[in-house]
Structure formats: structure tokens, C-alpha cells
Design a protein around this ligand. Structure first.
Ligand code: A2H
Length: 261
């Protein structure tokens, strides 16, 4: 972390049903009725994608809906769209500046909350919801963070806080109450590494940033070096041996693309 570019996996989570605010914005735009729109989170742990229960946006962060190609759009920060253009993944004609990107409209993250999306590989094939996370950085990755509470202490702590204070956050409790399935078995923390660490380090809310930083480090080391896959194509194999293969399969199926930041 911190040195050189991060090599992320950018995942494509297709919109199934817009939040009321977005439905209105989309209706008054010139997006084709049969177009596909994707939220594009950047992750360092593609092997955990089976455990996605929701996807986070920063409620105050500004996102753009950008046209990628015919009938295909993405929701990311302008900064990320510009990086993607640079990396040649997308836009057919290279934009001359950030203002030249094929932007349909911009709006804040809170407007997207409650949107139902399809998360590739997730147990929750019925779809998962866009939820708010104050800790999302506007200047990292794509500004969109897919949530895996089984293996990410940040995601788990945020989700528990959202459930506890659903009304305060302006969400429906059931959007956050998806079942958390085990994805990776570890010798020290069992098969739900993040909940175990949150409990052990007595983390009570997403504001416990020091303990969360420690939990994040422990979860990553344990999961990567000692973890075994409990699900999917590579069930029973060590995480360190299959992480790149799971990433490659997601890219091959068109559900993800490489993204550097
Ligand atoms: B990771 P690094 Cl299971 N703001 O994906 C805040 N966090 C962001 C972000 C942003 N703009 N963009 C990406 N991230 C998160 C999975 C995961 C992640 C697990 C466990 C740990 C973990 C599911 N969430 O990250 O600072 C994304 O969450 C802990 C390092 O660039 C991404 O990977 O190193 C990770 O932070 C990238 O963090």
C-alpha cells in the first residue's frame, strides 16, 4: 500500500432496479431502454467475491454515469473514468481532458442508495443493494467499494452500524441484512475472519479506525497466506494459489477488467 500503482480488479455489477431518485434521472437522460449500466468497484481481493452482500458508495462523493460503448454505461468517479480512459480499457475515442469524457450526468452517492444490482459470483443471486459508507475515499480506486463482510473488517463494521442505525442512515434495514456466508477458512479466525476480528479487537463502529486498520492487516495476512477456499471452482485450495486464477476467470467471463490506480 502506498508505493507505486495498485493493481485492482474492477468488477462489473449490473443495475437491476434503480433507486427512485436515479430512476427519475435516468428517465430524463438519453440512455437507451435496453442499455446495461454497471457499478464498478475496485477490489484487491477478487477471491472473496462469493461473499458480496452489498456495494458501498460515499454518500457525499460525486459520481458520474459514463457511456462506455453502445448501450453500456458505468458509474464511477470522474477521476476513475479518466484513469480508465488512459488505460485504454474503454472509450473508443480518447478524451482530450476530463471534461471531454462521455458523461451522461453526475450526482452524489446518496442518490444511488437503495439501487438493486447483480454481483458476479455472489451467493446472493437475487441481487444486492447500494448502501452508504462514510469511509469511502473519493480519490482511491473507483470510489465504489463492493462489500464482503465475511472477510473485510471495514465492510463488516460498516454493515453492522447500518443495521443498528438504519433509520438514521435513511436505509431499509433489510437492504443490509443479507446472510453472511463463509468464503475462506483460516486456522486462527475460523471461516468468518472479519466478524471474528471485529469481536476480538472490540471494534464497536466504523469510527474505531485504529483497531480497524489492525484488523484489516491481520485479516489480509491470514486470509492470503493461510486461507483455504470453502466455495467455488477452487474449493479446498489455498487462497495464495488460486487468487490470480479467480481474477483471470472473472476477466475472461467479462465480469471484470484490470484497473491500476
Ligand atoms: B477490498 P488499498 Cl474482502 N475507499 O475489496 C475506501 N476503500 C476502498 C476504496 C475507496 N475508494 N476503493 C477500494 N477500497 C477497499 C474486498 C476486500 C478489500 C476484502 C478485504 C480487504 C479489502 C471487499 N471490500 O481491502 O488502500 C476495497 O476493499 C483491504 C485493503 O488500495 C479494496 O479491496 O490497499 C481495498 O480497499 C483497496 O485498498
Amino acid at each position: 500500500e502506498g508505493i507505486g500503482p495498485q493493481e485492482y480488479t474492477a468488477l462489473k455489477l449490473q443495475v437491476k432496479e434503480w433507486s427512485p431518485k436515479l430512476a427519475e434521472l435516468v428517465k430524463t437522460s438519453n440512455i437507451e431502454d435496453d442499455a446495461k449500466v454497471y457499478f464498478v468497484p475496485a477490489t484487491l481481493r477478487p477471491e472473496t467475491m462469493y461473499g458480496q452482500t452489498n456495494c458501498f458508495v460515499g454518500p457525499k462523493v460525486t459520481y458520474g454515469l459514463f457511456k462506455l460503448k453502445e448501450k453500456e454505461y458505468i458509474v464511477v468517479t470522474k477521476r476513475a473514468a479518466w484513469n480508465m480512459a488512459f488505460q485504454g480499457h474503454f472509450f473508443s475515442e480518447f478524451p482530450k481532458s476530463q471534461d471531454d469524457l462521455p458523461l451522461v450526468f453526475e450526482t452524489v452517492g446518496s442518490d444511488f442508495v437503495g439501487t438493486l444490482i447483480n454481483a458476479p459470483l455472489s451467493f446472493h443471486t437475487e441481487g444486492v443493494y447500494i448502501l452508504p459508507m462514510d469511509g469511502v475515499s473519493a480519490t482511491k480506486g473507483t470510489g465504489v467499494v463492493t462489500s464482503v463482510p465475511s472477510d473485510s473488517p471495514d465492510d463488516y463494521a460498516t454493515l453492522m452500524d447500518l443495521i443498528k442505525k438504519a433509520e438514521f442512515y435513511g436505509i431499509k434495514k433489510e437492504w443490509a441484512e443479507k446472510e453472511i456466508h463463509p468464503v475462506i477458512e483460516t486456522p486462527t479466525y475460523g471461516n468468518l475472519t472479519a466478524p471474528a476480528l471485529v469481536k476480538q479487537l472490540k471494534i464497536n463502529s466504523p469510527k474505531d479506525v485504529n483497531q480497524l486498520a489492525q484488523a484489516k492487516e491481520l485479516a489480509y495476512m491470514e486470509g492470503f497466506y493461510k486461507g483455504t477456499m470453502l466455495v467455488g471452482e477452487f474449493k479446498g485450495e489455498p487462497v495464495s494459489a488460486v487468487k490470480d486464477k479467480i481474477r483471470a476467470a472473472l476477466i475472461e467471463s467479462g465480469d471484470a477488467f484490470p484497473f491500476a490506480d
